[in-house]
Write a protein that binds this ligand. Sequence first.
Ligand code: SF4
Length: 291
Amino acid sequence: MDYVGRIFRPPSEANSLLVQVTVGCSHNRCAYCDMYRDKKFRPKPPEQITKDILEAASAGAVNRRVFLCDGDALILPTRKLLAVLAQIREHLPWIERVGVYGDTRSVGRKSTEELTALREAGLGIVYHGMESGDDEVLLAIDKGGTRAESIETAAKLREAGIIHSVMVLLGVGGVARSQQHATNTASALTAMQPQYVGTLTTTVVPATPLAQAEARGDFELPGKFQMLQELRTIVAESNFTATRFSANHASNYLPIRAEMPRDKEAVVLALDEVIARGDERMLKPEALRGL
Ligand code: SF4
């Protein structure tokens, strides 16, 4: 398989075959992100993608799922994605689901009909880093999308029958916008009703715009318990009908996996207890957090 640079995938795609169809991220500007800063965005040559799929086919039915890398492969034109999905179906007929990172820009550019065609061709899930439901925070981190666009993205994916997995980033609003970030993220998620929500915890990565903002004194990362308070607010103020909510990414201080609405009260109580105690020994040690 041909992989250019560092390869990232969601935790739930750990056992998936990773097929790199683009290099880098077409946005590549989010203030906290350094994942693809060393890569200039480009689509991979179709011949290389075909070669990779045939190579995977020669190994037999090792994986049940495929994840299309890199950062926002859904930005590729629909006809190119359909061609990749057709090859997966032809050469890897045992694949049950194809996943991809997408966002307000890549979903926004596609019609519901195009998304439906992608679903029919095998695209099963879109992982969307919304990060925040607060427009001021989204602007501050240069996310390149708005709260309203995230809500539209959710509606489009639902109409097309594609599973929507939304990631939010605790602490990304800084101390100054901590409360509004949590409250507006809860209401945006309620409006979106995605099948999956995952929270990650912000890490200030050296040499990113967020690190520069921190050095200038324009951004202050909330403390561990303030970030747990954000998580508590998001859980308490959101109202889901059928969502799996997790905070089990390696970056989180307190792992949570819950079915909402069933587990909402229990999660709020557990968070209240940890926050009230304020005992860092109850949190994942810094050294065990994956950044
Ligand atoms: S869209 Fe995703 S991959 Fe691209 S810069 Fe933002 S966080 Fe990084």
